[in-house]
Design a protein around this ligand. Structure first.
Ligand SMILES: [Zn+2]
Length: 110
């Protein structure tokens, strides 16, 4: 990976942290029946896309440090593959090697 790709990985890590806080608040207010409104976890720092994801799906995906939620079309196939398509979002999984390693290092649950 080059410097630009590493910077992008850092952006994704920030968005993932934001979503972890959103989920924590969601749980605190016991809104688990309603979908989570998370931010797109793509590599564009100026992306403002919002995604509706149900809590169970969020938890299932978050358990894998290599996976991120992004808006359709925001995936970067040079560093990740689309592994799931939901309504209004896709789940991407980082390629083995450095992309996965960076994702694991920034995993807030690790
Ligand atoms: Zn995005």
């Amino acid at each position: 990976m080059n410097g630009a790709q590493r910077r992008k990985a850092a952006n994704e890590a920030v968005f993932r942290e934001v979503n972890e806080r959103i989920e924590a608040l969601h749980r605190r207010f016991e809104m688990t029946e309603e979908p989570l409104q998370i931010v797109c976890e793509c590599d564009r720092i100026d992306c403002t896309a919002r995604l509706d994801v149900n809590v169970a799906e969020y938890e299932r995906t978050r358990a894998d440090s290599a996976c991120f939620f992004v808006a359709p079309g925001h995936e970067d196939l040079t560093v990740e593959d689309v592994v799931e398509r939901g309504e209004g979002y896709v789940v991407v999984r980082k390629h083995p090697g450095e992309p996965q390693q960076l994702a694991a290092e920034s995993d807030p649950r690790a």
